[in-house]
Design a protein around this ligand. Structure first.
Ligand code: UT7
Length: 333
């Protein structure tokens, strides 16, 4: 039977580094508060003159294609996870396809926020297993910084989110190859949709965009941080255990766990709950902040480049975020 494996990884983060000290200058916050509550020291913000969600995704994709040892023209489908598309429509998947010069192949956009990359990966896995496509680019890319309110009112959200892109080349392989995506588990609970959301501009209001929406900041992200945190630490553990049980594996079988980089305290809490050692978990939120759908593929790519992930490893990825949605995937590299 055909399986889906990850044949290449890549990531791109914008050049501009924004430290906690930079944020102190524009809002009532402190390096100490941000580090203690989130673990973040610095993050990257895009350059409006040159970076787009689509071209950042394409740059990450080129690395994944190169690592996989294939040509760009061999890619036969694109799945892009983002909640910050370059246009309201069409989705940025088609723009990324254009950047890569892959006119004609299908391009699908996924809007499952922090869980978006795992949702996207699970779709790629199904297409490959059913022999529909052979080389699928699965990308998470976000520009959050242009939506952040850089003042005291917006500080609870603004200090967390940031920009970047990560990519995986998902490839068909046969039974003999040990590598492959073992399983994906996807969940959602829409009762909590308004606990972490951007309300406007939405379609179900009389006017799509009004001055009131701008003044009342319903165009900005609203997050009930405490509630999200409480749900996250429960769901992360649940969905990782679900993956292990489905594959008859134990926590000790995991070589590396990469959680969505939402908050270092969440990652450390989950690590402790599961009894994972420090060298079984990879975090890079300290340097990149929370890049929503891009955080997992950026971390996977960076862990690989740093030699913390290698062929034959059992990788567990897990996410929780807006929706609420949560998901996990177990991958033999
Ligand atoms: O990726 C999507 C999923 N998102 C998440 O998983 C986020 C989950 N939630 C969190 O990470 C945390 O809830 C936050 C980091 C957002 C907030 O941390 P917290 O420990 O829950 O803080 P809090 O919201 O309870 O606020 C504590 C205090 C408040 O002041 P008072 O009421 O105690 O006087 C806030 O006003 O900290 C204040 N505060 C800040 N102070 C300095 C809130 N934001 C800031 C800030 N700088 N940026």
């Amino acid at each position: 039977m055909t399986k889906a494996k990850i044949a290449g990884l890549g990531h791109f983060v914008p050049e501009r580094v924004v430290t906690n000290f930079d944020l102190e200058k524009v809002m009532d916050t402190s390096d100490t508060w941000i580090k203690e509550r989130t673990g973040i020291s610095e993050r990257r913000y895009f350059d409006p003159e040159k970076d787009t969600v689509a071209n950042m995704g394409a740059r990450a994709s080129m690395q994944a294609i190169e690592q996989a040892g294939i040509q760009v023209k061999d890619v036969d489908f694109i799945i892009l996870a983002t909640i910050t598309p370059d246009y309201f429509f069409p989705g940025s998947g088609v723009l990324m396809q254009r950047e890569l010069g892959l006119e004609g192949i299908g391009a699908l956009d996924i809007r499952n926020a922090c869980s978006g990359f795992i949702y996207a990966l699970s779709i790629a896995e199904q297409y490959v297993k059913t022999n529909t496509y052979k080389n699928i680019l699965v990308v998470g890319a976000e520009i959050q910084s242009s939506a952040l309110e850089m003042n005291d009112r917006g500080r609870a959200v603004s200090v967390i989110f940031a920009d970047g892109a990560g990519a995986a080349l998902v490839q068909a392989t046969d039974d003999q190859d040990e590598a492959g995506i073992l399983s994906s588990h996807l969940h959602a609970d829409g009762r909590f949709a308004e606990e972490l959301y951007v309300k406007d501009p939405g379609s179900s209001r009389k006017e799509r965009l009004t001055k009131d929406m701008v003044d009342d900041i319903t165009i900005r992200a609203h997050m009930n941080g405490n509630l999200v945190f409480k749900h996250a630490i429960v769901r992360f553990q649940e969905v990782i255990n679900e993956a292990l049980q489905a594959n008859k594996l134990q926590v000790s079988d995991i070589d590396m766990m990469i959680p969505h980089q939402a908050n270092l305290r969440i990652s450390q809490f989950v690590q402790k709950q599961l009894g994972l050692s420090d060298n079984q978990v990879f975090n890079n939120i300290m340097r990149y902040g929370n890049t929503t759908a891009a955080s997992i593929p950026i971390a996977m790519s960076e862990a690989w480049k740093q030699g913390k992930l290698s062929q034959g490893d059992l990788l567990c990825i897990a996410a929780f975020g807006s929706g609420f949605t949560w998901a996990s995937s177990l991958i033999k590299l």
